[in-house]
Design a protein around this ligand. Sequence first.
Ligand code: UD1
Length: 422
Amino acid sequence: MQYLKIEGEAKLSGEVKISGAKNAALPLIALTILSKHSVKITNLPDVTDIKTLITLLSNLGAKTELLNAHEAQIDTNSINSTKANYDIVRKMRASILVLGPLLSRYGHCEVSLPGGCAIGARPIDLHLNALEKMGAKIEIKQGYVVVTAPKGGLKGANISFDKITVTGTENIVMAAALANGTTRLLNAAKEPEVTALCEIINASGVKIEGIGTDELIIHGSGGKLLELEHIQVIPDRIEAGTYLCAGAITNSKITITNCEPKHLGSVLAKFEDMGFGFDINEDKITIKPAKQIKAVEIITTEYPGFPTDMQAQFMAVACVAKGTSVIDERLFENRFMHVSELLRMGAEIKLNGHIATVTGANLTGADVMATDLRASSALVLAALVAKGQTSVHRIYHLDRGYENLEGKLTSLGAKIQRLDEK
Ligand code: UD1
């Protein structure tokens, strides 16, 4: 195992290029299951979650090739199995994204139940209820959910999600794409990653109305495969937000490039509340230091609200702000695993259920443990500003979703080393 050793009290400067979005790339990789053609995907982030899903497709019999660190060629016409094994699904919950497309194209799918996860129970009942409405039969057998489409394929249906679910929306849109008839999906997620998926399906022969809204109408093709040959992944808004937090916590001027400012509205608004300024160009954002970093109030919610995937990083910044910040986590019941580690660095945080109250303090370096993807990046951010040295252990969590984090931060002037645990 490896860890990161980070020198604190850093000042950053310069530019950093944002990678493709992991959470957009995952459903798009699953979408290749619906294509008539071999598909080239570009602007993939070089992170382990992407490799995990490509390995899963290859285990199903697809021909997959990594052309370079950021491009893959995937031909799913050779798929000869519809079973996503426990070994892969336990590594990555998002493996559930193969469920909709496999069922829609092959009429059958077995996926190991994802089980618990560090940030909460995260069930898949909404995915399954919707598939049932489309005529699928669902059984649980030996830890696997076994889903079978009716003879002749899934049927379009009227579905209303009781709760907004991102991967649930993506799964059902992909299932509906080849279904017979029209599916109307109410209370759909409208995260940019969902919109990107819908736009690509819409351009590949299956008409989708309401893209970018919470009501999607998918005109199923009745089994006809997608005319899809090339996919370009959108920039990662969470990685972009994380580097802006690196600028913020060190109160440095830095620029992120290859990003999509439109996707960062709620995040930029909170930075403004904290006293930071911005220069925004087409695909570049420069964050400018604050006279004094101010406390902030944050409620996480669905897009276009403030993303839960930025909550931990903003908490790190709140740890050095003047005054008391209040962070209300509304999406996941147990997404405060970073709090106990930040406390080890001298943070002043009080937890009351899903609300964290954070009072600005001086942070000091410590040995801390990464617990999930975004929690890990919050610890790295805190380490940048802490007095002395911090070692962040269990960084395999970081490698799941951040491409070359230490390389990118080093290029901005941080002192970070990746070392092997003794
Ligand atoms: C996706 C993102 C993740 C992000 C999350 C919320 C990917 C690969 N992951 O996760 O980074 O933090 O959206 O923006 O895109 N729920 C149910 N039943 C279900 C499904 C979800 O109760 O069947 C609940 C969850 O427990 C959670 C809420 O709905 O409380 C939202 O979860 P969801 O949007 O489904 O998260 P993911 O799609 O897993």
